[in-house]
Design a protein around this ligand. Sequence first.
Ligand SMILES: [Zn+2]
Length: 312
Amino acid sequence: MPPSRPSRVLLVFLDGVGIGPADAERNPFARARLPSLRRLLGGRLPVADDLDADGKILGGAMVLVAADATMGVAGTPQSGTGQTALLTGRNTAVEYGRHFGPWVPTGLRDLLAAENLLTRAVQAGGTAAFANAYPVASIAADPRIFRRPAAPPLAARAAGVLTRDLPELARGEAVASSITHERWREHTGDALPDITAAEAGRRLARIAAGADVTLFAHYDTDHAGHRGAMEGAIAALEKVDAFLGGLADALPADALLVVSSDHGNVEDATGGHTLNPVPVLAMGPGSGELAARARAITDVAPALLQMLGMER
Ligand SMILES: [Zn+2]
């Protein structure tokens, strides 16, 4: 029998991934080759047509719940408020008064710093990790680079774990935000070996084995959505699929893997954020409990902290 409670969690944040109708004219999920997701979800995919009456996909190695990203506030969900809600469990659209993005507004940064699940893991006496390679040394030299931050590095900095940079990436102890290394290699050239998406997934699994709470953030899915081109969106999803396949195959047995997003975008290649629900994918001990509780993006962080015994 596998354990029913996780002893560690790994949250993979994918920017701008919603669940839309399986319309091949609009939705790259209906066109892309996604063998890993299909295998893990028992033959189904994160499209509205494949959900059961409760908005779920159950029965595979991985479960999926369609979670509300609107927070009950009018307007289109945005990254700053959405990411902060996912990482803290707070209804940031209500607290801020509206959806805001793409960066975290100044008025929510203290809340994010204090309430995000990395900070709370550390405060509870546990360990946290931010698996992304980030230009930490450049920020130390010029803090203005950090003026308009995404929520994941801001949360990591608050928790004291914004530490992985190019040396860690080169040693296999970090994962590039883009999963593969092409963007870093624009600066490093052949000094940094390339990596397949599947190997990057296995690397993330190894990193997650070393902390109670690990966060990894990937943004290219949102960028592909904003470009509004089907081919780029398909390529972005196929990279994520290979990454999740490698990650799932190497996931530590005591780890709960959760993959989620801040708002829809890439699932509608006509471009721009959507009002669609976002997937909460879960695999490992506690995945069934999370699937029962995650009705909205604000439910994820509190459920994870409670399962780890780290709630306040
Ligand atoms: Zn976003």
